[in-house]
Design a protein around this ligand. Sequence first.
Ligand SMILES: N[C@@H](CC(=O)c1ccccc1NC=O)C(=O)O
Ligand SMILES: [Zn+2]
Ligand SMILES: [Zn+2]
Length: 211
Amino acid sequence: MSDPRIWDISQRLSSNTPLWPGEPELKVSRHASISAECPVNIGAISLPLHSGTHADAPLHYSSDGVASADSPLEPYLGRCMVVDARASGARIEMQDCDWSEIEGEERVLFRTYGKFPHDAWDENFTAVAPDVIARLRDAGALLIGIDTPSLDPQNSKTMDAHHEVLQGDMRILEGLVLDDVAPGAYELIALPLAIEGADASPVRAILRELP
Ligand SMILES: N[C@@H](CC(=O)c1ccccc1NC=O)C(=O)O
Ligand SMILES: [Zn+2]
Ligand SMILES: [Zn+2]
């Protein structure tokens, strides 16, 4: 039997990766290079924690929320449902969702882009209406994912969708790349790094074909 198919749903990280406006630069540097004196190449990275495809930790939207290192991993691992929300407007609203498809799913990933904007920051990205989050939460969801940089609009001061997530102690993935993924059920694997005190962490997110 052949191995199950996998889809890499992560952005590549480089100095060209679009970042939230005002965030510090993403740098990949070479600390040491192979030479007569040095047997190895050694790199270093410096980047905002919300770079590219990442997991928000509850600490991001609550001062007493847990940091990346202290989050349980179950939400980031297991069956998920990928949903086509490309027809939504500025927010994914209740009526944009096929509830028979997603209600009761533990993990729901929303696709809003026809083609992911790898080369430029999109300030008018699609957010998620708080009542959509609340309904998924009340039906037992553990994780909400999206291909945009945030569940709330860029200019939000209240972070309403994030606060609905907080009420159910759910987890969030942002900046997913779902261009090549058909709607349907998959296994999600997208683990945050165990960074102490971190309000978010980059992840390598993949989907795997279900058996
Ligand atoms: N990346 C964030 C949001 C975010 O970064 C943010 C939200 C509101 C006001 C300022 C923000 N970031 C500033 O660098 C998110 O996880 O949704
Ligand atoms: Zn984030
Ligand atoms: Zn967020």
